[in-house]
Write a protein that binds this ligand. Structure first.
Ligand code: HEC
Ligand code: HEC
Length: 341
């Protein structure tokens, strides 16, 4: 546990490592906790990583400005009432508090909505990892969530609602810039600006007081229990595919009914049965309910389920509480440009 680090051992190590300075020495003598925090950071940094803040230039780039307008415009859909933001809401930190969302055809989505903040930095998109990148995802949304009969049907809507000048400005030199590929490109560029560094990034950058004592204890447990084996990298996930339910069928713990077959649905390959993209954990404290079907309402229960079905562990309540506290350090502020222009 975090509190039980032996400060003398660390101080000796620092001395023999010839890294000692007067400041570090006085730190050893007066502040054993600080040494423990530094040690934790040194172990965690190579497994995770910081998120870069967004720049004003990125936000004001013409393609990002256009993408923002498209993302919040309800008119660009079959029912004229559905925007991307309808299922990626501000109050749910760009995910959806509903288990399933309602699309522009009035039907529930098959899976639970995912957050936008930092999503574009993942290695593939969606629960099945079946979209290469933001462009691919956005272009497919036209006939998916937005309910249009074909991708080309988006073009007359864009013209009707006066988007021609913005497309021409964002894609200069193109003879016919109002097309589905550019719609998708602009949306992806906007979404790439939706980055929100959190206290965890300040911790990695060297701020010893960025995380509370309980959050530090939770981080220790997140590493010690093996969560970080899958939830690694700057997003703590989003970088690979894994079976959900390694030590026990997941639906026995989540109560999912029916059980979703995962990536198998997209590939029909036997090895993809019950395989899902490892969820990133950035902002996870704000994006309830949890899992691909929104079957679990609280983060406490989601952590318990993970320990049970991925690691075969029954976590004590205190450990669950510490890990949940740590996960709270991954919540950054809502980007100020996450809203209609
Ligand atoms: C009707 C609700 C709804 C609308 C409208 C909607 N989405 Fe989504 N979005 C979802 C759901 C549900 C998922 C998860 C789908 C899956 O994994 O199969 C998702 C997933 C995503 C993802 C993948 C995130 C990740 O972590 O992999 C991105 C990116 C995304 N949406 C962007 C958009 C954009 C851009 C639009 C507008 C063009 C849009 N969404 C419109 C419900 C919606
Ligand atoms: C073997 C890989 C693996 C391990 C180990 C693992 N996870 Fe996961 N985690 C996943 C996958 C895959 C998902 C997506 C499951 C789904 O919804 O289909 C996930 C989802 C989650 C979610 C839900 C995120 C969301 O947005 O719905 C949380 C929270 C989570 N994991 C936390 C943890 C914690 C805490 C641990 C350690 C106790 C852990 N995980 C261990 C692979 C893993």
């Amino acid at each position: 546990m975090f509190q039980r680090k032996a400060p003398m051992v660390k101080c000796t190590a620092v001395l023999f490592g010839l890294l000692a300075s007067v400041i570090t020495l006085s730190g050893c003598a007066s502040d054993p906790d600080r040494i423990a925090v530094q040690d934790l950071r040194a172990r965690v940094a190579p497994l995770t990583g910081q998120v870069a803040p967004v720049t004003a230039a990125e936000v004001s780039a013409p393609q990002a400005v256009l993408g923002r307008a498209l993302f919040w415009d309800t008119r660009l859909s079959l029912d004229g009432k559905t925007a991307c933001a309808s299922c990626h809401t501000v109050s749910a930190w760009s995910s959806d508090a509903r288990k399933l969302s309602i699309n522009a055809k009035g039907q529930p989505t098959t899976l639970h909505s995912q957050p936008m903040f930092m999503a574009q930095d993942q290695s593939s998109l969606r629960w099945y990892g079946d979209r290469r990148d933001g462009e691919h995802q956005a272009e497919r949304s036209i006939t998916g969530s937005m309910g249009m009969p074909s991708a080309a049907d988006m073009v007359p809507l864009l013209r009707r609602f006066g988007y021609e000048p913005a497309f021409a400005g964002a894609f200069p030199g193109q003879a016919d810039p109002v097309n589905p590929a550019n719609y998708a490109k602009a949306l992806a560029v906007y979404q790439r600006t939706l980055r929100n560094p959190a206290p965890f990034d300040s911790f990695l950058a060297g701020d010893n007081s960025a995380l509370s004592r309980q959050q530090l204890a939770g981080l220790e447990k997140f590493v010690a229990n093996g969560c970080v084996a899958c939830h690694s990298g700057p997003l703590l996930g989003g970088n690979g595919l894994q079976k959900f339910g390694i030590t026990r069928d997941y639906w026995l713990a989540t109560g999912s009914s029916p059980a979703d077959l995962g990536r198998f649905n997209a590939t029909k390959k036997e090895e993809d049965r019950y395989v899902f993209r490892v969820a990133m954990l950035r902002n996870v404290g704000k994006t309830a309910p949890y899992f691909h079907d929104g079957s679990v309402a609280t983060l406490e229960d989601a952590v318990r389920v993970m320990a049970e079905v991925q690691l075969g562990r029954n976590l004590p309540a205190a450990d669950v509480a510490d890990i949940v506290a740590f996960l709270g350090s991954l919540t950054g502020p809502i980007p100020t440009h996450y809203g209609p222009p």
